[in-house]
Design a protein around this ligand. Structure first.
Ligand code: ARG
Length: 457
């Protein structure tokens, strides 16, 4: 089969080479962006008298017909035509004849592919931002119902201090908020147009790069044609942002897995988000958060894959750069899929308030508060810490919790204890007095949720 670039060659391409170099199996995802880019390109060419208006119109109509035919499955991509760009150009020539060969005037596949990737990533970055919003809304909804629900807060996965369940969930809201801000900020750089950079050095035709950028909705053009065709840092930035995002998703998922274990039993995931075991009939497995936790592997892998591909590449375009695509597509699919599941999973999970309550009543996470109690009665904190440590040890030996000890027992350790000790020991009290800005008290958590809602709007 004759190649679009066949003029200089006397032999056919080796079959294995053809398979190695072709990217059509994966870059066909760029159909719409490629056609969109081509239409803007020819429109700009006509406006600058490089093509006639008639030629431009025939080419644009041809491209639209090609797009329709691809959508209807009427055209088959060919490996011999290597990639999406040359496949579409061939289809166009089949559709409108040799005039189709004018499409590529003043352009190279190098600026073309970079343009397609910018357009594709821009769309999907916006989609991902919207999906993060949905997860954040789900978090806010659950949190609003659980401002007064107390659970143990952990450090080192050991019970530390009781907290509001809403406070715990809302921590993820702000992590996701920063993820969203990072992606939003990256749009500034995705919004640069490489189109018109040519193969590497620009073109002899009097093109107008600003105009084609404007037609494509880009708000800036790469000032250096070599940078324009060599740069993939906009993809690296996306992969980095997504790596941080999936790390957050993975931590939340891990908590959902732990919380839904029989040992914790703090939540129950909705049946529609769980699966069963082929052998153990009693099982309800949290496969979804487990897989979301695991998906980090491929996203980090995609980031490291591309960093490695680009490292040490001389300017300008190198075929290595064709390897930028699968990792980016895979990351987009992975992240979009994860976020789509996360929102409804959070919204539908059942919160076992009784188990949470029982948990906070059966631990020593109020110990700091008795220490603070002695401090308010005038004891230095270090001495108070020492006394409470002894009381905790005593209670453990008696098989009791701090609320179970009698006043006489307390007074054996310090004469400063009085009856009001019992009020300050309840988990609700312990939570409500942590009223410093950003703390876990109902007042602070309510303010935080209010701020979160304003941030979402
Ligand atoms: N399929 C190629 C890629 O994705 C398009 C650019 C090819 N350019 C070239 N000079 N061979 O990188």
């Amino acid at each position: 089969m004759s190649k679009l670039w066949g003029g200089r060659f006397t032999k056919n391409t080796n079959q294995l080479v053809e398979e190695l170099t072709a990217s059509i199996s994966f870059d066909q995802k760029l159909v719409n962006e490629d056609i969109q880019g081509s239409i803007a390109h020819v429109q700009m060419l006509a406006e600058n008298n490089i093509l006639t208006n008639e030629e431009m119109q025939t080419i644009v109509q041809g491209l639209n017909r090609v797009k329709e035919k691809i959508e209807n499955g009427e055209l088959t991509f060919s490996v011999a035509d290597e990639d999406i760009h040359m496949n579409i150009e061939s289809f166009l020539i089949d559709e409108i004849g040799p005039l189709g060969g004018k499409l590529h005037t003043g352009r190279s596949r190098n600026d073309q592919v970079a343009t397609d990737m910018h357009l594709y990533l821009k769309n999907h970055t916006n989609d991902i931002i919207k999906l993060i919003n949905q997860v954040q809304s789900a978090i806010v909804k659950q949190s609003e119902d659980h401002i007064y629900t107390t659970i143990p807060g952990y450090t080192h996965l050991q019970r530390a201090q009781p907290i509001s369940f809403a406070h715990h969930l809302m921590a993820y809201f702000w992590m996701l908020q920063r993820d969203k801000e990072r992606l939003t900020d990256s749009l500034k750089r995705i919004n640069w147009s490489p189109l018109g950079a040519g193969a590497l050095a620009g073109t002899t035709f009097p093109i107008d790069r600003k105009r084609s950028a404007e037609l494509l909705g880009f708000n800036q053009i790469y000032p250096n044609s070599m940078d324009a065709v060599s740069d993939r840092d906009f993809i690296l930035e996306f992969l980095s942002d997504c790596s941080i995002l999936v790390m957050h998703i993975s931590r939340l998922s891990e908590e959902l897995v732990i919380w839904s274990s029989e040992e914790f039993n703090f939540i129950e995931l909705d049946d529609s988000f769980c699966t069963g075991s082929s052998i153990m009939p009693q099982k309800k497995n949290p496969d979804v958060p487990e897989l979301l936790r695991a998906k980090t592997g491929r996203v980090y892998g995609n980031l490291f894959g591309l960093l490695t591909v680009l490292k040490g590449l001389p300017l300008a375009y190198n075929k290595d750069m064709q390897e930028d695509k699968e990792g980016m597509f895979d990351t987009i699919e992975t992240v979009e899929g994860a976020l789509q599941l996360l929102a409804p999973m959070i919204e539908t999970m059942k919160i076992n308030q009784d188990t949470m309550r029982q948990a906070v009543n059966q631990d020593f996470s109020n110990a700091t508060d008795i220490a603070d109690y002695l401090v308010t009665k005038g004891l230095p904190f270090r001495e108070a810490h020492e006394i409470i440590g002894k009381i905790v040890l005593y209670a453990i030996h008696q098989d009791q919790y701090l609320l179970d000890l009698s006043l006489e027992e307390y007074q054996q350790f310090s004469s400063l204890f009085e009856n009001d000790i019992y009020e300050i020991l309840s988990p609700e009290h312990v939570v409500s007095v942590r009223n410093s800005y950003g703390g876990t008290s109902p007042e602070q958590v309510s303010n935080q949720i209010e701020l979160a809602k304003q941030t979402l709007n």
